[in-house]
Ligand binder design. Structure first.
Ligand code: IMP
Length: 208
């Protein structure tokens, strides 16, 4: 099996940060990555209860709409004391509760801290799955994932990152993810680990 001829790739996301990150990682392998928005592809829904099903659904959708190989990711924060919540619902955990003056990330973090108020078990991990399909009906999608173990902090700290970074405490650094540099976060994070696993898989297939 070879993917030698497949140089263009569509990212099933319109997140410019992810586009830049995956573009940098995949260009040495000869891939030119564009977001689905670049190809006028509207985002699809994420109806499933597992990360991998949502990522596969997004990848197939982007590939079907463009005729290109596609990469999708799905990620979230899983908290032990909440039986794995917010999990696949991380992006929309708080809904609109908490006030329209707050950003979505601020509402989600505020709800998480409130839900864990007084909890002694603050163990949590970030999870990321990446799915790559060569075409919309690819029977052998490449699926890789990564975990990042940490704790839910008692309060928000740090101005970097996004999402739950300001309430994700990284014990080995004594800092929240929002206080780490981009390079430090990439070395440790669920997404960084999954991305490196994907590179390894694609590299094997490029030369295989
Ligand atoms: P998605 O992968 O863009 O669907 O992200 C799902 C949600 O999980 C995001 O909206 C964030 O709330 C959260 N999340 C995923 N990865 C991270 C991260 O690296 N830091 C902070 N929050 C994250």
């Amino acid at each position: 099996m070879t993917i030698e001829r497949l140089q263009k790739m569509v990212l099933a996301s319109d997140n410019q940060g992810k586009l830049a990150e995956f573009g940098r990682l995949l260009s040495p392998l000869g891939f030119e990555v564009q977001s689905q928005g670049f190809y006028q592809v509207a985002p699809c829904d994420e109806p499933f209860e597992t990360f991998v099903e949502n990522a596969l659904h997004k990848a197939r959708h982007a590939s079907a709409a463009t005729g290109l190989p596609a990469l999708a990711d799905d990620s979230g924060l899983c908290v032990a004391a909440l039986n794995g919540a917010p999990g696949v619902y991380s992006a929309r955990y708080a809904g609109n509760s908490g006030g329209a003056h707050l950003t979505k990330d601020q509402r989600n973090c505020a709800k998480l801290l409130a839900d864990l108020n007084g909890a002694s078990n603050r163990q949590a991990y970030f999870y990321c799955v990446l799915v790559f399909v060569r075409h919309a009906h690819d029977p052998q999608p490449i699926v890789v994932d990564g975990f990042w173990q940490g704790q839910v902090a008692e309060q928000l700290t740090g101005a970097g990152g996004f999402g739950y970074d300001a309430c994700f405490f990284v014990p080995e650094h004594g800092l929240t993810a929002a206080q780490l540099s981009d390079e430090q976060k990439n070395l440790l994070s669920h997404r960084g680990q999954a991305a490196r696993a994907l590179i390894a898989r694609l590299s094997v297939q490029k030369t295989g």
